[in-house]
Structures are given as C-alpha cells and as structure tokens.
Design a protein around this ligand. Structure first.
Ligand code: GLC
Length: 480
C-alpha cells in the first residue's frame, strides 16, 4: 500500500510534544508491514535546515496559491534516512526556514499550515506519488481532507484520507475571513468549516475525511462529551460512525533500558534490582538529592501545562514534603508552575528537585532512576511517558482518563491485577490517596512492589499492534 503521512512535527527532526514521537515511530512501523511504501512530509523549519546531520536534495518546486497570495514551495528529499520511510520536507523561506523561534506560536500559524497542507498535496502530485491513503494529524494538517475533496479530486480521486486527533484542544480557529482570504475554497465548504461564525479547520477535517481516529479508545469515547471535546462534541457525535480510537505505542527501540545510551547503567526485567538501583543513585546525585536507596523517588517528566494535572500536584506538594520521599520534576511551561516547583525545591532541598529545562538524556535517566511516575493529567488523549516509565520499571500513578485509563489498568493495594495506581475523579485528595497506596506498597511490601515493576517492564508497548490496527482501517477505507 502507498501511504503518505503528513504532520507538523516528527522526531528526530523537529518535535514539541507527543505528536513528534508518534511521527517518528508510526511511519516506521507502517513501513515494516508487507511491502508498504511510506512517505512522511514535514515542514522544513529553520532548526532542520541548520542541522548538518540532515542532507537533502531538491526534487520539486512550484508555487502555492492561497487566496490572493502566491508563495514558492520546494520539496526536499532527505538523503540519509536509515529505514524504508522516505522523508520529504516542504521548503519555504517565508513560512518556515526564515523564522526564528518555536515551531508554533507565530501570528500567522493558520496561514503557515494551510500553506503546508496544500504544498504537501501539490508536492505528491508533482512527484507522481499518488497514495492509496493519506494519514494527516491534528489541526495543522486539517485542511488536507477538505482540499482533497474541494480541489484535488482529479488527481487523488482514489485516495482515501484519515484524520487523526492527537489533542482536540487545539482546533485551528480563525476569523471568518480566513475562508476567503487564505483557504479560498468553493462556497459549499463555508458552512462545513464554520463554527459560531468563525473558521474551525478541525471541524472541516472531521466532516470531510473518510475516517477519524484518535490516540486511545477511551479518548474516542470521551470526545462525545462537552467536558473533553472543547466545543466539538456535537461534530464528533455527528461523525461517530467513522471514529475509532487506536492507542499509541512507544518506540521500544529508543526507549530501552538495556541499551539507552543516556543511562549510567543498563538493565532488563531480570537484572532490574542492580541496574535500577545504580540508575537511582546516579539520578539522586545528578539532581542534588541525598543518595539513599530506601527512599521512594517520585518523578514526573512533562510539559508544565494545566491539563497535565499540575494543579493537583501543587495542591498536595507541601503535604508530600512531610512524607519520607523525594520528588524530581523535569519540564518547562507555564511560569506559575515553574515557579512553584523551583520554590518547593528551594524550601526542601533534600526532598525536591526541579529541573526547569528540556533535556532528553535527563528524561531517560529520570524514567530509569525513579520508583514512582506521576501523571495526574486532567485529560490525556493518549500520553506516552507513562509507557516510557513502565518500560523502565517505574510504577505509574495516573488519573484514569483517556490513554492513561487504557494503558494503566489499576492494581489493588497489594500491587496485583494491574500495572499501576489510578484515581477516578479529578481531585487532589483522590490523587494523594492513589499515591499513598503506591508509597505504602513501596515501604511495606518491597517484594510486591518489585513484582509490579517487573510486570510493567514486561508489557508490549511497541507499535506493532497499533500499526496493524491502522492498516486494518486503511484497508477498510479502501474497501479491501
Ligand atoms: C498529544 C496528546 C498526548 C498524545 C500525543 C501523541 O500530545 O496530548 O496525549 O500521547 O499527542 O498522540
């Protein structure tokens, strides 16, 4: 099957969050399935352009019309990718290559990604790579299914389009004039993209695509409710016949405590006792906490954003400092959370460490050196770091929502029957209760705690199963 995957980020080239990780692993997993030809198209951001590791050659160039604008686009082929995925970058000095700063957050993001979406389709047509399936992701590529129907039918008449929602919170809202000024679509599409008198490109994608997926089964159900759907619940409900949840995997090649080059010691489920203890001691030393084997190390690697449940952790932060435990947090984000954790670490230097930075190596050492992983997210479409943590033998404590509910079945107080500790309703006391169950097991029954760690390490979180499920849906869309 010929598959084109379109996204605004993909590791290792460019990544701001989980989407980047998925775009590293999913295309690769699809390319390993019977003879699939997979291409991945990403924007050519300045950061990629300036990285000498990525050798490219130009294979196409053309102009892209967006309303009254006409902008140059180049297609650059990555020359030195090691697997079977062919990576292309859309080159535009104006929208990507000449911009400083982050991937997102520019005033004209809507226009930038409308350009990208259209350039991907023109690029595929110019290169004569006519895919059976286009898989596009989140609001940045949400114009794709609409453009396919409205303007590219002649070329892609047999191509089917899947739109995947990684997070419904970001929908690509724009003022009403964006429809004429930038998208310049036929009149009949105006209402399909309209929401409350404004343009919502994600709504357009949900309506226009052949299938919608999201990144866990529970999140697919949650999207029917206003609490989770950020205004799109009725649009989702109206299209629920074409919605499926497929829980993400993780890149088990990269996230492997036996080989991870960032770790001071390596281990697997059999050698966890020695290897993890060495990683724990090294982590305590690295972040400046007392090196003690008998104290539980609670860890969190996260964007410091509201929906990650940080308000719950802030609420119980001082209570937690009365317990015999250590807390290590890594991440950047909203200033009030950054300040809270800096302050906590300053007041309790023997108990809390806050690393307000982005550091992939330290992230690995935290997954390996921790005992208990905290992920109290208010909502979580899938979440990847709870799986990374389990792969490194760190027991998760999570809010039972979205992908956290699907990947962390709850265990009882003896640590049996599940993979971690969960709480049902989003409040700080319930979170604290679940965390205390984990701490009790750690202190009172070390053998049971170790058995739980080993069970967590033995789970298959690879992309093999989810990639197979994507293939099933691709075949269904194509009527095979
Ligand atoms: C988004 C979601 C996260 C998910 C990731 C990859 O970042 O917030 O839950 O794991 O996308 O699908």
């Amino acid at each position: 099957m010929r598959i084109a995957v379109l996204a605004s980020e993909g590791a290792p080239y460019c990544k701001s969050g989980g989407l980047g990780d998925v775009m590293e692993a999913l295309p690769a997993a699809l390319s390993r399935i019977d003879g699939n030809e997979v291409v991945l198209i990403l924007p050519y951001y300045k950061k990629i352009k300036e990285n000498p590791a990525y050798e490219v050659e130009q294979v196409a160039q053309f102009d892209v019309d967006l309303g009254w604008r006409r902008q140059y686009a180049g297609v650059l082929k990555l020359k030195n990718r090691k697997d079977n995925v062919q990576v292309y970058f859309i080159d535009s000095l104006y929208y990507f290559g000449g911009r400083d700063g982050a991937i997102y957050g520019h005033l004209d993001d809507g226009e930038r990604f409308a350009f990208f979406s259209k350039a991907c389709l023109i690029g595929l047509a110019v290169m004569n790579f006519i895919p059976d399936v286009i898989q596009c992701n989140d609001w940045q590529t949400a114009p794709v299914p609409v453009l396919l129907k409205a303007q590219f039918g002649a070329c892609f008449g047999n191509t089917r389009c899947m739109f995947t929602i990684h997070n419904i919170e970001y929908q690509g809202w724009a003022s009403a004039d964006f429809f004429d000024d930038v998208l310049a679509l036929p009149e009949e599409y105006r209402l399909r993209l309209d929401m409350s008198g404004a343009v919502n490109v994600m709504k357009g994608a949900i309506e226009a695509c052949d299938m919608v997926t999201t990144v866990s089964e529970s999140y697919a159900k949650e999207l029917m409710y206003p609490y989770y759907a950020h205004g799109l619940d009725s649009v989702i409900a109206g299209n629920c016949g074409k919605l499926t949840g497929i829980t993400n995997g993780i890149d088990t090649g990269t996230f492997n405590p036996e080989t991870d080059p960032a770790l001071p010691a390596h281990y697997n489920a059999q050698s966890i006792a020695v290897g993890k203890a060495a990683c724990k001691a090294a982590l305590q030393k690295e972040v400046g906490l007392p090196v003690r084997e008998d104290v539980p190390v609670l860890v969190m690697v996260t964007r410091l954003a509201g929906h990650k449940g940080l308000d719950l952790l802030c609420h119980i932060g001082y209570r937690l400092m009365q317990e015999d435990c250590q807390l290590v947090i890594l991440g950047t984000g909203e200033a009030h959370y950054e300040n809270f954790f800096r302050e906590l670490a300053r007041k309790f230097p023997k108990k809390a460490a806050a690393k307000i930075t982005f550091d992939l190596g330290l992230a690995s050492r935290i997954y390996a050196g921790g005992d208990i992983y905290l992920m109290p997210s208010k909502s979580e479409p899938c979440g990847l770091s709870q799986m990374n943590a389990m792969r490194y033998g760190t027991v998760p404590v999570v809010h039972a929502t979205g992908g956290l509910r699907d990947t962390v079945p709850p265990c009882d107080k003896e640590g049996k029957g599940g993979l971690g500790f969960t709480f049902q309703s989003y409040n700080a006391d319930d979170f604290y209760g679940a965390l205390q169950n984990a701490l009790r097991l750690y202190h009172n029954d070390p053998d049971a705690f170790r058995a739980l760690q080993v069970t967590d390490m033995q789970q298959d979180f690879s992309w093999n199963v989810p990639a197979g499920r994507y293939m099933e849906l691709f075949r269904k869309m194509l009527g095979h």
